[in-house]
Design a protein around this ligand. Structure first.
Ligand SMILES: Nc1ncnc2c1ncn2[C@@H]1O[C@H](COP(=O)(O)OP(=O)(O)O)[C@@H](O)[C@H]1O
Ligand SMILES: [Mg+2]
Length: 206
């Protein structure tokens, strides 16, 4: 069972979008095994709402909190039919990032290009020290939500984030209307950017 935590202290960084899209693409390659999205955002459970509104029945969602996420993950592990768990964390979710991150194989940090988000990425990274100590095999990968039309800004943002010691996935997600309006809507192969990202993640974890 692969466990992925999607983290960034900043709200609006793209965590829920990345979580839901990856859960959907993961379900396409799960070969009959289950994919579970754990929604840790109690204030704005938008992953859960999206899942319900768009009837994304190829994967499951469940609520989890910092107090029960470890138990929930052991339950899912014991079930032996879960291929992938993706954990969506809330804004300012320090405790969620540390507890879920400590149980994870990979922590994904989405950030927006050219929006001054680099500072928030730099603030999120120190929270990963404990998870990295608990799990020496932990991978951490940035996911850039690109501007879509300003390649220089995208390149500079990527460089800044990499200088903050976060390696950034080659696959980047463009800023598209398709994604601004994605919440609550079905997912399809139009969202292929996330398929590419999912493939890259599988390579990182292989
Ligand atoms: N690639 C993208 N292009 C355009 N808009 C996006 C993209 N990814 C996310 N968004 C939009 O940005 C907003 C915040 O995204 P969300 O996934 O909810 O972030 P978070 O969970 O970190 O708060 C949402 O309105 C979402 O539709
Ligand atoms: Mg969210």
């Amino acid at each position: 069972m692969i466990v992925l935590t999607v983290a960034n202290l900043k709200g609006g960084a793209g965590k829920t979008s990345v979580s839901v899209m990856l859960a959907w693409w993961a379900a396409r390659t799960a070969q009959g095994q289950r994919v579970v999205l754990l929604d840790m955002d109690r204030t704005t459970p938008s992953a859960t709402h999206w899942h319900a509104a768009a009837e994304l029945s190829t994967f499951e969602t469940r609520q989890a909190t910092k107090d029960d996420v470890v138990a929930t993950l052991s339950q899912l592990r014991a079930a032996e039919d879960v291929a992938v768990v993706i954990i969506d964390t809330p804004a300012l979710g320090e405790m969620e990032i540390v507890t879920a991150g400590s149980e994870s194989d990979l922590i994904l940090i989405p950030f927006r290009s050219g929006s001054g988000d680099v500072g928030q990425v730099a603030q999120t990274l120190p929270l990963l020290a404990l998870p990295a100590r608990v799990n020496p095999n932990l991978s951490v990968l940035g996911v850039m939500i690109a501007t879509g039309d300003a390649p220089t800004v995208d390149r500079e943002t990527r460089d800044q984030v990499e200088q903050a010691e976060l390696s950034v996935a080659d696959s980047q997600i463009p800023n598209l209307r398709l994604y601004t309006t994605a919440k609550g809507n079905p997912i399809s192969s139009k969202n292929w950017h996330y398929e590419k990202l999912w493939k890259e993640i599988q390579e990182v974890l292989a």
